[in-house]
Design a protein around this ligand. Structure first.
Ligand SMILES: O=C(O)CCC(=O)C(=O)O
Ligand SMILES: [Fe+2]
Length: 154
């Protein structure tokens, strides 16, 4: 499952809101996954020439990944830095053959959420501009109970 949305009202994402029961309940309503209310958080900056190779995010009890883009307002397709989401063609060996499912432009103040699972392959394509930084805040909500990791790729 993969959801894209906007952050309205100029409020942005606050740590307090992310750590609230209300937000976890909303995630559960949207995804059917029960998560703990202590997500890991990270901030990232990709500059000209930076990229992230394809991976599935699976580590420990990660359940739902989220990324909020804080890119300049005028980020375009030509600037690169897309989040490419792949779909697995082979059910039994998920990383054997991947097809591009969606290319997400990191639009300022947009949020993407996706389930972390053995098929959640994605990558960040190369940033192609010297003028703009691809800044984002992201993280992972964890399963409340332990779910064994199938693959050790990250
Ligand atoms: O910045 C993004 O769009 C994705 C980053 C990512 O996949 C990661 O940090 O694991
Ligand atoms: Fe990732």
């Amino acid at each position: 499952m993969c959801v894209c949305g906007g952050v309205g009202g100029g409020g942005g994402i606050h740590q307090k809101a992310l750590y609230s029961k209300e937000f976890c309940d909303l995630l559960e309503e949207m995804t059917g996954i029960t998560v703990a209310n202590k997500p890991d958080l990270f901030a990232s900056v990709y500059r000209d020439g930076n990229y992230l190779l394809c991976h599935d995010d699976q580590i420990d009890t990660r359940a739902i990944a989220f990324i909020l883009y804080l890119t300049p307002k005028d980020w375009t397709k030509e600037d690169g830095g897309r989040l490419n989401i792949y779909k697995s063609v082979n059910e039994d060996i998920p990383d054997m053959k991947l097809e591009l499912y969606e290319e997400v432009l990191p639009v300022r103040n947009s949020v993407i959420l996706f389930e972390v699972c053995k098929k959640s392959f994605h990558e960040v394509s190369e940033v192609l501009t010297k003028e703009k930084d691809r800044i984002a805040i992201g993280g992972w909500f964890h399963h409340q109970t332990h779910v064994p990791v199938i693959s050790t790729r990250t």
